[in-house]
Design a protein around this ligand. Structure first.
Ligand code: PMP
Length: 306
């Protein structure tokens, strides 16, 4: 990743990609206290446009606030940085990674001279899964790792250190022949995937876990908005893993994963064992919105334009 052409926005300036470096004593590298976003830009009729950029920036600022990190830039500046990162790298479609981290000003948990730094990188990252997965769905296993407890890590923050748990769960799932992990909360109820929110359809009603121990996903909110438009009832509530086994449809949502059907959990086939009709409908609405084909949702797009 480090050895490529292009530029990265770092602390207010565009820096050549290979020179966007930090010191080995970078505080966040040692203790994981930092926060980040995952954002996507899609190619639309007006060129690249960032999907729900302001919502992502708002969440980044909420994460920093939860972690007590003082943001050295305004939201407008971070929005402008994201637009520049796509524009200056000549990208039509992009994954964007804004991150807030402490530098090498001090070491140890008691360091009191730490400064928050901000970077925004953008690069081409076409599909998180094999393209067929969008249609056929993926195989998932319930993780042996419990999702964060609300009073251990701060679940509303998209914090760097939170992803230790995600990576362990995903590695376990992949090494046992699955493509993603479904993580349960500390009481045994379904929480989310390693970096996705989760939905099931049962008896024509969409169900998704409450936001207690999962991230406030922006794609999740997009699906809730679509469900409202379609007059589909949604229940945000506790879900058990065996309810997933007998669901009609199940899918993950996330900026990287987009809207991704789940065809199997723990060896039990879900519904027809492929993308269900509602998942397909929501997926179509999602891609129409992100690609600027939905007149109703143009306000979700920030056009990059040169
Ligand atoms: N949960 C976790 C833990 C995540 O990392 C993500 C990805 N940001 C999501 C859910 C989905 O959130 P979003 O739709 O905003 O990408």
């Amino acid at each position: 990743m480090a050895d490529r052409d292009g530029v990265i926005w770092l602390d207010g300036e565009m820096v050549p990609w290979r020179e966007a470096k930090v010191h080995v004593l970078t505080h966040t590298l040692h203790y994981g206290l930092g926060c980040f976003e995952g954002v996507r830009a899609y190619n639309t009729a007006e060129g690249a446009a960032i999907f729900r950029m302001k919502d992502h920036t708002d969440r980044l600022f909420r994460s920093a606030h939860i972690l007590n990190m003082k943001m050295p830039f305004s939201k407008d500046e971070i929005n402008a940085a994201q637009l520049s990162a796509v524009r200056d790298n000549n990208l039509d479609e992009a994954y964007l990674r804004p991150m807030v981290f402490y530098g090498s000003e001090g070491m140890g948990l008691r360091a009191d001279n730490l400064k928050a730094h901000v970077m925004v990188a953008a690069w081409e990252w076409p599909s998180y899964m094999a393209p067929e997965a969008k249609e056929l769905g993926i195989k998932v296993r319930t993780s042996s790792y419990t999702r964060h407890h609300v009073n251990i890590t701060m679940c509303k923050a998209k914090a760097n250190g939170n992803y230790i748990n995600s990576m362990l769960a995903l590695q376990e799932a992949v090494s046992s022949g699955c493509e993603e992990a479904l993580m349960l909360d500390n009481e045994g109820y379904v929480a989310e995937g390693s970096s996705e929110n989760f939905f099931i359809l049962r008896n024509g009603v969409l169900h998704t876990p409450e936001l207690t121990s999962c991230l406030e996903g922006i794609t999740r909110q997009t699906i809730l908005d679509f469900a409202k438009e379609l007059n589909i009832e949604v229940k945000e509530r506790r879900i058990t893993r065996d309810e997933v086994y007998v669901a009609e449809e199940a899918f993950f949502t996330g900026t990287a994963a987009e809207v991704l059907p789940v065809r199997e959990l723990d060896g039990r086939v879900i519904g027809a064992g492929k993308r269900g009709p509602l998942t397909e409908k929501l997926q179509t609405m999602f891609f129409d919105a992100v690609k600027g084909r939905s007149a109703k949702h143009m306000d979700w797009l920030s056009v990059v334009k040169s």
